[in-house]
Ligand binder design. Sequence first.
Ligand code: HEM
Length: 121
Amino acid sequence: MSTFEQLGGADGIRAFVDELTVRIDADPVLGPMFAAVDLLLLNQHREQYFAAVLGGPEGYSGRGLREAHASLSLTDDAYDRFLRIVDETLTHLGANATAAIEVRALLERLRLVIVSPGPRA
Ligand code: HEM
């Protein structure tokens, strides 16, 4: 069974992204970064992205993740915060343990793409 299916398919992914959004919005460091963002569109893309990379049937049509995050100058600390909130969200939703490990591994692989490298030497 794919991670997509273990998380409850499209409905499960939507529940995960919705809960994640509420928690990130409430975070004093990450929340303000979304002040000017169209959350409806962002969440459609997040749902699509997670569904596509976790074994769902449809593709992702948003921007590449490097491009989408480049102007935010995200640090490793901010990313760790994001990962902690993802863990809390999965626990809160009672996600399947194997699926939770897969999501965590995926996000660890994305760290290098999303966190800014800083000024070039
Ligand atoms: C500290 C962690 C993160 C922060 C603060 C953050 C913040 C943001 C912001 C502000 C945008 C909107 C950019 C814009 O519209 O100009 C965005 C877009 C997006 N982010 Fe993140 N992000 C983080 C991590 C992630 C991760 C781990 C994923 C992986 C699933 C992700 C997936 C996306 C997607 C799919 C978009 C939409 C791209 C588009 O609309 O074309 N983000 N993010």
